[in-house]
Design a protein around this ligand. Structure first.
Ligand code: GDP
Ligand code: MG
Length: 163
């Protein structure tokens, strides 16, 4: 059985880097309609023996501060509604920020099935943030480095119960 995973979280935590690592060049949905903002990117992911659809909440990066809250809330809610589970990504180097708390709240209210990931956890700089992530109350964080490809076996293990 296959499933759909939405990668959610505030801008700059590494969602698209992870999406690209999981999807590689197998980008499924390319919207070439002019003037259409690509808010949700969808692709076919491979991780070990797992095959699943992955959604990247792209398009959060360009918004201005005052419109960020509402827009990211709507976009995240849309992704959550389309997915069987969410991979909620935080930046282990930054620790848990107030904006991360806003996302955690969105996911709790949506009753989403959440897997928590602490990205950018490579090296010593990421360690404190991984421990801080426990405080979100969303379960054990999976330490990842999307950029360096670390933590992929742990991510695979975390996704197994959904598959
Ligand atoms: P998004 O806005 O959540 O989609 O984040 P991006 O994927 O665009 O990444 C934001 C920045 O974080 C980029 O400069 C990435 O190169 C960097 N980045 C992503 N993953 C990692 C990681 O595992 N470690 C480190 N140190 N940087 C990362
Ligand atoms: Mg992105």
């Amino acid at each position: 059985m296959t499933f759909t995973l939405a990668i959610v979280g505030r801008p700059n935590v590494g969602k698209s880097t992870l999406f690209n690592r999981l999807v590689g060049k197998r980008l499924a949905l390319v919207d070439d309609q002019p003037g259409v903002t690509r808010d949700l990117r969808e692709g076919e992911a491979r991780l070990g023996d797992l095959r699943f659809t992955v959604i990247d909440t792209a398009g959060l990066e360009e918004v201005t501060d005052d419109s960020l809250q509402g827009r990211m809330r709507r976009l995240t809610e849309r992704a959550v509604a389309e997915a069987d589970a969410c991979l909620f990504v935080i930046d282990a180097r930054m620790g848990v920020t107030p904006t991360d708390e806003v996302f955690a709240d969105i996911l709790r209210r949506a009753n989403a099935r959440v897997i928590l990931a602490a990205n950018k956890s490579e090296g010593r700089a990421g360690q404190a943030g991984v421990f801080e992530a426990y405080g979100l109350g969303l379960g054990e964080p999976v330490p990842l480095s999307a950029e360096h490809g670390e933590g992929m076996a742990e991510l695979h293990a975390a996704l197994m119960p959904i598959a």
